[in-house]
Design a protein around this ligand. Structure first.
Ligand SMILES: [Zn+2]
Ligand SMILES: [Zn+2]
Length: 154
């Protein structure tokens, strides 16, 4: 089966493997990451705004690298729209998508949702007949959705 996707960064069509971007963008992002890392060694007190300005980089790319945990930034330096914030509680974070507290809560919720799903499946097996697969418990769906709903914003 052939998987074709639009690159989320430049929108060209590429063959989808496990990467979210086309190979050109992946290479550019890698190069940018190296540049930012060495920039931060020289300028450890720089935030996202300064990095974007001094390296002439797109702040979206910087956020992408931070969200992917390939870079981290001192949360004390960030301000306003140049802060990396937890997608769940809005607190300023160093790297990734969520703060430590929210990560623990999300993991807990996913566990609960998964076991709710397993429960229903078991019940479905008991009544062997034509209960459709659609009847995944709404609560499980909603919870999964909540946990990942902000992904696109990053
Ligand atoms: Zn691309
Ligand atoms: Zn949080």
């Amino acid at each position: 089966m052939l998987h074709i996707r639009h690159c989320q960064r430049c929108n060209t069509i590429y063959k989808y493997g496990s990467d979210k971007m086309c190979s050109v963008c992946l290479k550019e992002i890698d190069e940018l990451m190296v540049k930012i890392r060495s920039y931060l060694e020289d300028n450890p007190r720089s935030g996202i705004f300064e990095i974007a300005k001094d390296l002439n980089a797109n702040e979206k790319d910087i956020f992408y690298l931070l969200r992917e945990e390939r870079l981290s930034i001192n949360p004390k330096i960030s301000s306003g729209k140049y802060s990396l914030i937890c997608l769940r509680c809005g607190g300023v974070i160093e790297t990734g998508k969520y703060c430590d507290t929210c990560i623990r809560q999300i993991q807990h919720e996913l566990k609960t949702a998964t076991s709710a799903f397993a429960d229903v499946k078991e019940k479905q097996n008991e009544h062997t007949s034509a209960i459709s697969r659609q009847s995944v418990p709404e609560t499980a769906k909603v919870k999964m959705h909540t946990a990942y709903r902000h992904k696109k914003m990053s």
